[in-house]
Design a protein around this ligand. Structure first.
Ligand code: C2E
Ligand code: MG
Ligand code: MG
Length: 549
C-alpha cells in the first residue's frame, strides 16, 4: 500500500486532521479532505499519533526531539518566524533500515481563527545535499570537531559560481558571558537556538552558515559590493539583535575570500580578527579584515607567551615623567609609566601591552610590580636624605572590580614605610562609574590622593565629576590638543579649568608640548603640567641624574 493511502486510512478513521497533504518524490498530493474544524488540542494528539504510525510503517524512526518540535508547533508554543506565520520547517535525521538520511519536515497550518484550524499540511521531502550541509553545520557543536564539513560545503558552493565574489562573515554576542550570568544559562542556550533557527530562514541557498564555538557563527556569502555586505550585516542585525525583549550587542567581522585556492580557514581567521578588533569599541559593530590585524594578532601572541617570563626577568621597567609647576618652573611630582625593555625587541610601549594585560588579567601582577618600584624609589630618596616628591601610579580598571588592590597598596606603603601623600593614584575616568566609586571610596579611606586620569577623553567626565571623590583632575592630552586649536575650544578649556577649581579640585594638564600651551593653561588657572615640553618619561637613573635627587 502506498504511504499516502495508509495515511488516508488512519486519518479518515479518526477524523482528527481535516486535511493532510503528503509529498515524496512526486510532489504534493491530497491524502484526505474533510470539512471538520477541530481545536488544536485534539489535533496535537491525534495528528501526531497518525504521523508516528505512518513513520513506523515505513520503518522510519523519527527522533523524539523532532516529534516534540512538531507537537510544540501544533500546540502553538513555538511561534514560527513572523513572516512565515504558522509555518514550521525542521530538519530531521531519520534512520531507514541501517542508514541515516536527512529529511525536512514542513508543517503549515491554515487557521480559521485563533482557535480553529482549517487545514494542516505536512510534507517530508528528502533534503538536497546543500541543505544537509547548512542544517548539519548549524547543529554540530563546534566546527573544530568537523572543520572539513564547512570547508567542503563552501568549496562546492563556490565552485558553482566561479565568477562570484565571496566573503566570510562572523558574528558573536559581545559579553555573552555576562548575558549568561544576568539572564541564566538557559536563556543563553535558547539564544543560540534562536540564532540557529533564524539563520535557517535568513540565509538563502547561496549562503552557508555554521556555528563555530559557543556564540560564534560564520556565514559564507556571495557579494557584489562592500555596501552589499554591509547591508547583509544590517539585515542580520535587524533580525538577531534582540530576543524575548532582551537586546544585546552583536559584533561582526568580515573577510573577503581573495583567493579561492587558499585554505578557507585563513579567511575565517581573518573574519575572527576583524570581529575581535571591535569587541571593546562600543561605537562600531562591524569591521572588515585588514592585513595589519594579523601583525597585531602575532604581536599579541608574542606578548602573551612572554609576559610571565618578562616579569620574572625584570624586563618591565618603571619610567618616570616629571610634572612641573608652570609658574615656578620646578618639578612637583612624577608619573610612573611602565616600559617593556625586551632583550631582542627593544623598548615596547605600554599601549602595545597594557590593553592586552587588562583583557587577560595580567595587569594585576604587572601593576603591582610597578607600584612596588614606585615605593622602592621613594624609599630610596628618603634613605638618601632627599626631599621626596610624590609619584603617581596608574591603577587599571581591572583592579576596581574588587577591593584587593587597595590592600596591596596599603601593604606596599607600609612595607616601605612611605607616607601616603607620596604615592598618588591615577584612575582613568572612562571606567564604569559604579566601580570607580567603590574603588575611590576605599582608596580615600586609606588616605591616598586620587587623580582622575584622561579627563575629557570619555563621555562621562562631567557625570563623574558631579559626586567625585577625586582630588586632582588630569586633563587628557588629546582633549587639550584638540580644543586648544580653536577659540571656541579654548573657551571650553578655560571654563573647564575654572569649574574644576571652583569645586575645589586641583588640575594637571597632560601632554604639554609647547610653551604657548603651558602659558595658556597657566592663564586659565591650571598650574601643573606634564608633557614633552618639560620632559619625556625616563629611567629612574636618568631621572635622578637630571634632577640631582
Ligand atoms: P597615561 O596614564 O595617560 O599616561 C600619559 C601618557 O602620555 C604616557 O604615555 C606619556 O608618555 C604620554 N605623554 C606625556 N606627555 C606627552 C606629550 O607631551 N606628548 C605626547 N604625545 N605624549 C605624552 P605612555 O607612557 O605611552 O603610556 C600610555 C598609557 O599606558 C598611559 O596613559 C596609561 O594609561 C597606560 N600605562 C602606562 N604605564 C602604566 C602602568 O604602569 N599601569 C597601567 N595600568 N597603565 C599604564
Ligand atoms: Mg596616567
Ligand atoms: Mg592620561
Amino acid at each position: 500500500m502506498e504511504i499516502y493511502e495508509e495515511i488516508s486510512e488512519i486519518l479518515l478513521s479518526n477524523q482528527s486532521v481535516p486535511m493532510l497533504l503528503w509529498s515524496g518524490e512526486k510532489g504534493w498530493r491530497t491524502v484526505c479532505e474533510g470539512g471538520l474544524a477541530i481545536d488544536e488540542d485534539s489535533l496535537s494528539k491525534d495528528g501526531l499519533w497518525a504521523l508516528r504510525e505512518i513513520v513506523m510503517e515505513e520503518d522510519l524512526k523519527l527522533y523524539d526531539a523532532f516529534l516534540q518540535k512538531i507537537k510544540e508547533y501544533i500546540d502553538g508554543e513555538d511561534a514560527a518566524a513572523p513572516e512565515r506565520e504558522n509555518y514550521l520547517e525542521e530538519a530531521v535525521h531519520l534512520k531507514i533500515g541501517e542508514t541515516y538520511s536527512y529529511y525536512k519536515i514542513e508543517c503549515y497550518q491554515e487557521m480559521e481563527n485563533a482557535h480553529i484550524m482549517r487545514k494542516m499540511l505536512v510534507r517530508i521531502p528528502e533534503l538536497e545535499a546543500e541543505d544537509i550541509y547548512r542544517i548539519h553545520l548549524a547543529e554540530v557543536i563546534t566546527n573544530d570537531k568537523n572543520p572539513a564539513f564547512f570547508t567542503q560545503g563552501a568549496k562546492e558552493l563556490m565552485d558553482r559560481h566561479p565568477d562570484w565574489n565571496y566573503a566570510l562573515v562572523q558574528f558573536d554576542v559581545a559579553k555573552f558571558k555576562m548575558i549568561n550570568e544576568q539572564y541564566g544559562e538557559q536563556f543563553g542556550d535558547e539564544l543560540i537556538e534562536f540564532f540557529i533557527h533564524s539563520l535557517k530562514l535568513l540565509c538563502n541557498k547561496e549562503q552557508l552558515y555554521t556555528r563555530l564555538t559557543a556564540d560564534v557563527f560564520m556565514i559564507l556569502t556571495p557579494f557584489m559590493s562592500q555596501e552589499g555586505l554591509l547591508e547583509f550585516v544590517e539585515y542580520l542585525r535587524d533580525h538577531l539583535s534582540s530576543y524575548k525583549d532582551i537586546t544585546y550587542r552583536l559584533v561582526f567581522g568580515i573577510c573577503k575570500v581573495a583567493d579561492r585556492k587558499q585554505n578557507l580557514r585563513k579567511y575565517g581567521d581573518g573574519a575572527a580578527l576583524a570581529r575581535q578588533s571591535i569587541k571593546e569599541d562600543a561605537l562600531n559593530h562591524v569591521a572588515f579584515y585588514r592585513e595589519d590585524m594579523k601583525d597585531k594578532a602575532r604581536m599579541n601572541k608574542f606578548i602573551e607567551d612572554n609576559m610571565e617570563k618578562a616579569l620574572e626577568n625584570r624586563e618591565f621597567v618603571m619610567y618616570l615623567q616629571p610634572k612641573y609647576s608652570i609658574s615656578k618652573e620646578e618639578m612637583v611630582g612624577a608619573e610612573a609609566l611602565v616600559r617593556w625593555l625586551h632583550p631582542e625587541h627593544g623598548l615596547i610601549p605600554p599601549m602595545s601591552f597594557v590593553p592586552l594585560f587588562e583583557k587577560n588579567g595580567f595587569i594585576v601582577k604587572m601593576d603591582a610590580f610597578i607600584w612596588e618600584e614606585a615605593c622602592r624609589t621613594i624609599r630610596k630618596w628618603m634613605d638618601d636624605g632627599m626631599a621626596p616628591i610624590p609619584i603617581s601610579v596608574n591603577v587599571s580598571r581591572k583592579h576596581l572590580k574588587d577591593g584587593s588592590f587597595v590592600d596591596t597598596l596599603n601593604r606596599l606603603t607600609e612595607q616601605y614605610g612611605i607616607p601616603k601623600q607620596y604615592l598618588e593614584i591615577e584612575i582613568t575616568e572612562s571606567v564604569e562609574s559604579k566601580d570607580v566609586k567603590e574603588g575611590a571610596n576605599l582608596l580615600k579611606k586609606s588616605g591616598f590622593t586620587l587623580l582622575m586620569d584622561d579627563f575629557g577623553s570619555g563621555y562621562s567626565s562631567l557625570n563623574t565629576l558631579k559626586d567625585t571623590q577625586f582630588d586632582v583632575i588630569k586633563i587628557d592630552r588629546e582633549f587639550l590638543q584638540d580644543f586648544i586649536g580653536s577659540d571656541r575650544g579654548k573657551t571650553i578649556v578655560e571654563h573647564t579649568v575654572k569649574m574644576t577649581r571652583e569645586i575645589g579640585l586641583d588640575l594637571v594638564a597632560e601632554g604639554i608640548e609647547t610653551k604657548e600651551q603651558a602659558m595658556f593653561l597657566s592663564e586659565c588657572g591650571c598650574d601643573v603640567a606634564q608633557g614633552f615640553y618639560y620632559a619625556r618619561p625616563m629611567s629612574v637613573d636618568d631621572f635622578n641624574k637630571k634632577y640631582a635627587l
